[in-house]
Design a protein around this ligand. Structure first.
Ligand code: PBG
Ligand code: ZN
Length: 326
C-alpha cells in the first residue's frame, strides 16, 4: 500500500512507539575493551593519538579492569608491550611475559571477567612484523610454531579466549592442536579471520609500539578491495576450528560484517579499530561533531551490520550511556 494509506512517519511521532519498533539494540554485554599492558609499577602513559587510552603497568591495569567490570564491561582484550623484543618474538611465549603476568594478576584480583588474549608477534619482534622473517618477508610456516607456543603460554597463564591476529595461513588449526594437546580443549579461539591491511591501525601502532620497521603488512593482511576473498578466509578459519570469527576494521568494512554474519551464521566479532576511534575523538574535541552521539551511532551501525561482539576503545564511555538508559 502506498501513500496516503501508508505513512512511514506514523511510527515516528511518539517516543514510546519509536522505542517499541527499534530493530537493533546495543548492549553492554556486546562490548570488549582493549587494553595495553607495559612493564613497571604505577605506570599510566597516555597514548597521544588515542585520548583516554594508556599503556598501563599490571597494577594500574588491574584497577582499570575493576572499573570496566563495575560498568558491566566484563570482557577485555590484552596487548603487551614487552621490556625486550627479539628477532622471532620468543618473548611472547615466556611464562613470565608481560601479558602472562597481567593475566595472572587480573585473575587473582578481579571477579567475573573474561580475558581475551591477542596472539601475534608484531609487539614482540625487533622488526615489528607479525612473524619470523625469512628472505625479507614473514615466513608462514615457521611463524605458526611461535603462535602456537604463545597461545599455550597465554592459556597456561589463565587466558579465557585466544585471539590470533597475525593472518598466517593455517594458524587456527595449529593453535587448536597445540591447545588441545596441552589440555585446553575448552578454550575458544576468536580468530581475526578477515583482517585488512589498513591505514586505520595507525594509532594502535603507537600504542603497542608495533609498527613494521620495513615494508608493510600487505603480504599477509588482506587487500581492502576484496570481499569474496574475505569469505574464503573466514571459511578456512571455521574449517580449522575457529569458534568466533572477526572482521577488522569495522566501519569501512560493514559490508564484510554483513556478509560474514549472513553467509556463515557464526558468532561474529568486529574490531572498531584505533583509527576509527581516534577520528571520532579528534572531531569531537574540535566540536565538529557531537562525540557521544556519533560514538553510539558508530557502535549501533556495527551491530546492525551483523556483529554480535564489538571490540572498541569506546567501551567504557558507551557503557555509561547504555547504563544510563536503563
Ligand atoms: C597486531 C594488531 C593490530 C591491531 C590489533 N592487533 C595492528 C596491526 O596489524 O598492525 C590493530 C588494532 C587497532 O588499530 O585498534 N597484529
Ligand atoms: Zn601482528
Amino acid at each position: 500500500m502506498a501513500f496516503p494509506d501508508t505513512r512511514l512517519r506514523r511510527l515516528r511521532y511518539n517516543k514510546i512507539v519509536r522505542h517499541m519498533v527499534t530493530e537493533t539494540h546495543l548492549r553492554v554485554e556486546d562490548l570488549v575493551y582493549p587494553l595495553f599492558v607495559c612493564p613497571g609499577t604505577g605506570v599510566k602513559n597516555p597514548i597521544s593519538s588515542m585520548p583516554g587510552n594508556y599503556q598501563m603497568s599490571v597494577d594500574v591495569l588491574v584497577e582499570e579492569c575493576k572499573r570496566a567490570v563495575l560498568k558491566g564491561v566484563k570482557s577485555v582484550l590484552l596487548f603487551g608491550i614487552p621490556e625486550h623484543k627479539d628477532e622471532h618474538g620468543h618473548v611472547a611465549c615466556q611464562s613470565d611475559g608481560i601479558v602472562q603476568k597481567a593475566i595472572r594478576a587480573i585473575k587473582a584480583e578481579v571477579d567475573d571477567i573474561l580475558i581475551i588474549a591477542d596472539v601475534c608477534n608484531c609487539e614482540y619482534t625487533t622488526h615489528g612484523h607479525c612473524g619470523t622473517i625469512i628472505d625479507n618477508d614473514v615466513d608462514n610456516d615457521s611463524t605458526l610454531k611461535t603462535l602456537a607456543d604463545q597461545s599455550v603460554s597465554l592459556a597456561e597463564a589463565g587466558a579465557d579466549v585466544i585471539a590470533p591476529s597475525d593472518m598466517m595461513d593455517g594458524r587456527v588449526l595449529r593453535i587448536r592442536e597445540a591447545l588441545d594437546l596441552a589440555g585446553y580443549e575448552k578454550i575458544p579461539i576468536m580468530s581475526y579471520a578477515a583482517k585488512y591491511a589498513s591505514g586505520f591501525y595507525g594509532p594502535f601502532r603507537e600504542a603497542a609500539e608495533s609498527a613494521p620497521q620495513f615494508g608493510d603488512r600487505s603480504t599477509y593482511q588482506m587487500n581492502p578491495a576484496n570481499s569474496d576473498e574475505a569469505m574464503r578466509e573466514i571459511a578456512a578459519d571455521i574449517e580449522e576450528g575457529a569458534d568466533i570469527v572477526m572482521v577488522k576494521p569495522a566501519l569501512s568494512y560493514l559490508d564484510i560484517i554483513y556478509r560474514t554474519k549472513h553467509e556463515f551464521e557464526m558468532p561474529t566479532a568486529a574490531y572498531n579499530v584505533s583509527g576509527e576511534f581516534s577520528m571520532v575523538k579528534a572531531a569531537g574535541e574540535k566540536d565538529w561533531i557531537d562525540e557521544k552521539r556519533v560514538m553510539m551511532e558508530v557502535l549501533l551501525s556495527i551491530k546492525r551490520a551483523g556483529a554480535d561482539i564489538i571490540i572498541t576503545y569506546h567501551a567504557l564511555d558507551a557503557a555509561d550511556i547504555l547504563n544510563g538508559q536503563k
